[in-house]
Design a protein around this ligand. Structure first.
Ligand code: MG
Length: 393
């Protein structure tokens, strides 16, 4: 059975628009939604060809989204003002190929499975068509002016999804008849098939075959496509930072942004805040962005006596730009003196403020090295930091 997939990608997708590109061109898991949908059908052993229906003006977006895909991808066609007209344009384009079956699929359902595609094709042995659908499990309410006016029986109710798979000649005839009758209000192909008297079966699908409609859907789809959810490991990253500064002349030290009186100061080009430097390196570590010296070279006179909060906030902004949300920050100071205990809460509060975290997500600890090593001899202070950052979702 020769089967061609028509992937409908002609919507303007304003509801989930990110920037200016329609939702089918938004990236999930690093690739455009449309590319993922095309790929699943192109890779299916029972699908002989794939064509996309795109909106006029989206050619460049389509080229970028489809570059390098399999040769079974046919040149795209332009859609119409409605989904119904777009599907008809796709059917017309594949008519010369004389297919036995057509699988009509919304590009905005990028999690369709090979098994679901096969199940709709199998059903054509006994039916004119078969659509992916999901039984309604929520109780349905009818509303009037925002108040419940009735409860509907949900028995026998299904939510229609795609693919909607048909014997080509049957659905093509139904679409042409609808067009000739001046009907342009059908929201899916099964409705046209029903209107035309075709026998269409339901193939039970799952909620994984979601349609990306809102920007919330898009974020969730990105989470799933990035390996989140039950399918894989969430994108949680931890990294550490380490820093040392030597004691020198002075009457105070600055640690976690807090000025602590001491008979000696810490030497360094900036304010020598080993804690914030270690935290900065830890944050940079979660995005593979090098270290503090690469971003703020000690040779640059701008950073002389600089408040190290600048470094930490720069690293936090870089993490934020990549979609990272900091889950916690943990600092351990290693020194004999000064005593950290009296200043610990102020230090935590300052780090929480700089990273915009709840206080419980920030920890500051201190230990001595039992008189051993450079910290034990009071030659300097060492700081260790660990951060955890969640990406996506
Ligand atoms: Mg340093």
């Amino acid at each position: 059975m020769k089967a061609i997939a028509v992937i409908v990608a002609a919507g303007s997708g304003m509801r989930a628009a990110t920037g200016t590109a329609p939702k089918q061109f938004a990236r999930i898991g690093g690739e455009p939604v449309l590319r993922r949908s095309l790929r699943i059908f192109l890779e299916h052993p029972r699908v002989d060809g794939v064509i996309a229906v795109i909106r006029e003006g989206d050619e460049a977006l389509y080229e970028e989204a489809s570059s390098g895909l399999d040769a079974a991808l046919l040149p795209p066609v332009h859609g119409g003002a409605t989904r119904q007209l777009s599907v008809l344009a796709g059917l017309r384009a594949i008519e010369p190929m004389n297919p036995d079956a057509v699988l009509i699929h919304d590009a905005a359902r990028p999690f369709v499975t090979p098994a679901l595609i096969a199940a709709t094709l199998d059903a054509l042995q006994a039916h004119d068509g078969a659509i992916a659908a999901l039984p309604v499990t929520d109780t349905l309410k009818r509303a009037e002016a925002g108040r419940i006016a009735g409860t509907l029986a949900r028995d026998d109710l299904w939510r229609a999804q795609t693919p909607q798979t048909f014997r080509f000649s049957k659905i093509y005839a139904a679409h042409r008849a609808a067009s000739e009758a001046g009907r342009a209000d059908f929201t899916d192909d099964a409705a046209i098939a029903e209107w035309h008297g075709l026998d269409v079966a339901l193939v039970e699908s799952g909620s994984h075959n979601m349609k990306i409609t809102t920007s919330d859907d898009l974020r969730y789809a990105d989470f799933l496509a990035s390996g989140g959810g039950s399918a894989g490991v969430p994108d949680i990253r931890s990294a550490t930072g380490f820093d040392v500064h030597a004691f020198g002349e002075g009457d105070h030290v600055i640690l976690c942004g807090i000025r602590i009186p001491h008979e000696r100061g810490l030497t360094g080009h900036s304010d020598a805040d080993a804690c914030l430097h270690a935290l900065t390196d830890a944050l940079l570590g979660t995005i593979g962005a090098g270290d503090i010296g690469g971003h703020f070279p000690p040779s640059d006179p701008r950073w002389e006596d600089a408040d190290s909060a600048i470094f930490l906030q720069h690293a936090a902004a870089l993490v934020g730009d990549r979609g990272g949300r900091i889950a916690n920050a943990d600092v351990t100071l290693i020194c004999e003196r000064p005593k950290i205990g009296p200043h610990r809460e102020a230090m935590r509060r300052r780090v929480a403020e700089l990273l915009q975290l709840d206080l419980e997500r920030v920890s500051v600890k201190a230990t001595t090295s039992e008189g051993l090593g450079f910290t034990g001899r009071g030659e300097g202070i060492a700081a260790l930091a660990t951060v955890t950052v969640a990406f996506g979702g």
